[in-house]
Design a binder for this molecule. Structure first.
Ligand SMILES: Cc1cc2nc3c(=O)[nH]c(=O)nc-3n(C[C@H](O)[C@H](O)[C@H](O)COP(=O)(O)O)c2cc1C
Length: 171
């Protein structure tokens, strides 16, 4: 039976929600990653950086911009060493300046993607999938790609039906 893996990065703390700053106790992407697991089963793996990003939204966006410009690869608290046991891999994260946070790429670059099916889920405040699918295609060499899904972050907790039907159609 095909095995699914849901890799995700998600940040709690202040975020930009429908034009104002709100404090999230659970990140938007984490909510969506759990909906995927509920719909299709599989293992969840959270990508967490050693360095904590500022809870303050404006400090965090400055940091994230520098990391993007420098093509930084922040160190992670733990690494997934292999995806050999999985067939379908959902890569989930927020849109940070038009792509996934650099920490997602820290993890992706350590894995062998040949023969895997990869799907992107991005939560965002207006940019949709931005360049995340092109970036995944560059990094996950040898993988095939399913359809990506963009979820408006502010709607994450109400997105279960949409996320479940999308995820079910990919596996
Ligand atoms: C550092 C940073 C950069 C962001 N850049 C964008 C962006 O370029 N486009 C966009 O639509 N939303 C952007 N956002 C909003 C987030 O993508 C959105 O709130 C997302 O749902 C947060 O997910 P999370 O709670 O799982 O971290 C940014 C948020 C942060 C903190």
């Amino acid at each position: 039976m095909a095995k699914n893996l849901i890799l995700y990065y998600s940040r709690k703390g202040q975020n930009y929600v429908n034009g104002s700053i709100k404090t999230l106790t659970k990140g938007n992407t984490e909510i969506c990653a759990e909906f995927i697991q509920k719909a299709v089963g599989g293992d969840l793996f959270e990508i967490e950086t050693i360095k904590e990003y500022a809870a303050d939204y404006y400090a965090c966006i400055d940091d994230a911009k520098s990391e993007l410009q420098e093509k930084a690869r922040p160190e992670l608290k733990k690494y997934l060493e292999s995806i050999a046991d999985y067939n379908n891999i959902f890569v989930c994260g927020p849109c940070w300046w038009g792509t996934f946070p650099m920490a997602v790429f820290t993890q992706l670059e350590k894995l062998d993607w040949s023969g895997k099916k990869v799907m992107a889920l991005m939560t965002h405040e207006g940019s949709g999938l931005a360049s995340c699918e092109q970036d995944l295609k560059r990094i996950c060499a040898g993988a095939s790609f399913g359809k990506g899904l963009a979820v408006h972050g502010a709607e994450a907790s109400r997105s279960e039906k949409e996320v479940a039907s999308w995820a079910s159609a990919q596996v």
